[in-house]
Design a protein around this ligand. Structure first.
Ligand SMILES: Cc1cc2nc3c(=O)[nH]c(=O)nc-3n(C[C@H](O)[C@H](O)[C@H](O)COP(=O)(O)O)c2cc1C
Length: 179
């Protein structure tokens, strides 16, 4: 099964996960920016990975549009985010925001926890995080999610691990047996 991992990454977490997946599946890997999109139909399986940004998955609209009418290539999506895996409700909401009911059932999707890297963050993103920290800091009464978020975004952190690629890798390996 001809497979490629295509990723978008600003601070390196998604790139790192894409490289781990590429190694494990022994397949091609490319950044979205360097990938010639017209060659997508040459692949049996495209694994698209990007970050969660303000509750949505970066670039998902474009990648879905690319697959309209593309029936021979299977799309698999993964997203990396600072939200810990245990926050299942939060993660489900992210998927519900970016996929329709039908897409939720037909596009396999996987979440991988990552972290925050202030050193590599763009000026715009750092400004958004600082503003959010200020808003939360000023709030006198906070619910547990807000308190957790305030603590989480105070500094850079890394909760990524290679083990989080296992469900996706196993899924794609199963597909390879079927196709
Ligand atoms: C402005 C901004 C907004 C973010 N919003 C979310 C979010 O809504 N949910 C989440 O889980 N992580 C969020 N994150 C964390 C990123 O998803 C995480 O750092 C991601 O792995 C970065 O991927 P990259 O290093 O490949 O660019 C946000 C990060 C930034 C800078």
């Amino acid at each position: 099964m001809k497979t490629i991992v295509i990723y978008k990454s600003k601070t390196g977490f998604t790139k790192m996960y894409a490289e781990w997946i590429g190694e494990e599946l022994n397949c091609d890997i490319s950044s979205y920016e360097n990938f010639p999109l017209s060659t997508i139909a040459e692949y049996d399986c495209v694994i698209y990975g990007s970050r969660v940004h303000a509750g949505k998955v970066d670039g998902i609209k474009e990648i879905k549009e690319l697959f309209v009418g593309c029936i021979t290539t299977k799309l698999v999506v993964f997203a990396t985010g600072g939200t810990p895996l245990e926050a299942k409700d939060v993660i489900n909401k992210i998927w519900q925001r970016v996929f329709s009911e039908k897409e939720l059932k037909t596009i396999p999707h996987f979440y991988m926890q990552s972290g925050l890297n202030y050193k590599k963050m763009s000026f715009g993103d750092r400004t958004i995080m600082k503003t959010l920290a200020k808003i939360l800091g000023r709030k006198k009464i906070k619910n547990s999610a807000e308190t957790g978020c305030e603590k989480a975004i105070a500094n850079s952190y890394d909760i990524s691990s290679r083990k989080y690629i296992v469900p996706l890798v196993e899924f794609v390996k199963e597909q390879a047996k079927i196709l």
